[in-house]
Ligand binder design. Structure first.
Ligand SMILES: [Zn+2]
Length: 282
């Protein structure tokens, strides 16, 4: 599943190519994947691509409506300009194969002949036309994401203090903090020397401070490396991010901890693979 750094990476890349593009036609191949009237978008000119947590926001010049996009489990965005492709999201052979593919759900055709493909194998992702003011009202009430100013040490410490659940599950709860996913939460807890299965409210203040710092560090690192695309296929084609080469504990069970020499263990928490060093994470 694309996590925040992967979504931020595709946002940055699409911003470089989509600004100023004028929509000629939107083809919706699977109704479930697009909500709103696609014909209304004819002639709309893209102003910029923004992001809130894992939701991409496409803003248009002089339009009260925006389009929001969630890639969910298997969504991909692939911009095609002749031979050139800009892409992100779930890595799969569709990244380099003929498009549209059988997973293509929506195609944005621009008036210069370039195209943006929204592929989604499992069809959990979506594109929605929504009034910007209504959307803003809604997002103002939502929790901060980990790259926003509202995600402070105090905010983190307060939500952790209110739960007895394992700390990792609280950190992954998108109703409490936006944008933290399984890869980066494992590495952040390692960096902060905190066991993922520890009771959330057992955290001391100084641990809360170092955890906040660790989350910010790991997310910045994820964005710096263009996110992770742990797939053999992607490495062969040279596409996608490289954070997978910098995992600290994620998918490293059985390997030695670089900090203390202990062995990295794997357990399941909330059904998700959880990795930690049983020696230096307390
Ligand atoms: Zn260790």
């Amino acid at each position: 599943m694309p996590e925040l750094p992967e979504v931020e990476t595709i946002r940055n890349q699409l911003n470089k190519v989509l600004r100023g593009k004028i929509i000629k036609e939107i083809e919706v191949l699977r109704e479930k994947s697009f909500s709103g009237d696609p014909t209304a978008m004819r002639g709309w000119k893209i102003q910029s691509i923004e992001r809130k947590s894992k939701i991409l926001e496409v803003l248009f010049e002089n339009q009260p409506d925006i389009v929001i996009v969630h890639l969910k489990m298997t969504g991909q965005l692939i911009y095609v300009n002749g031979e050139k492709r800009i892409l992100g999201g779930h890595p799969s052979p569709d990244w380099v194969n003929q498009l549209p593919s059988k997973h293509t759900r929506v195609i944005w055709n621009f008036d210069d002949g370039t195209k943006l493909f929204f592929n989604d194998m499992r069809v959990f992702g979506w594109m929605k036309i929504i009034n910007f003011k209504e959307y803003e009202k809604y997002t103002r009430k939502t929790v901060p994401d980990i790259t926003e100013k509202g995600f402070t040490t105090k905010y983190l410490f307060d939500i952790l203090n209110r739960s007895e659940k394992p700390i990792k599950l609280v950190l992954l709860d998108q109703d409490k903090i936006g944008g933290l996913g399984n890869i980066y939460v494992n590495d952040a807890l390692y960096l902060a020397k905190i066991r993922p299965d520890r009771k959330s409210d057992s955290l001391e203040r100084d641990e809360g401070i170092s955890l906040h710092k660790a989350i910010c560090t790991i997310i910045k690192r994820g964005i710096k490396y263009g996110g992770a695309s742990a797939s053999n296929y992607v490495q062969v084609s040279g596409l996608g991010g490289t954070y997978q080469d910098h995992f600290l504990v994620y998918k490293k069970e059985g390997e030695k901890c670089k900090r203390c020499g202990g062995v990295i263990k794997k357990i399941k928490l909330g059904g998700r693979g959880t990795f930690y060093c049983s020696d230096c994470q307390k």
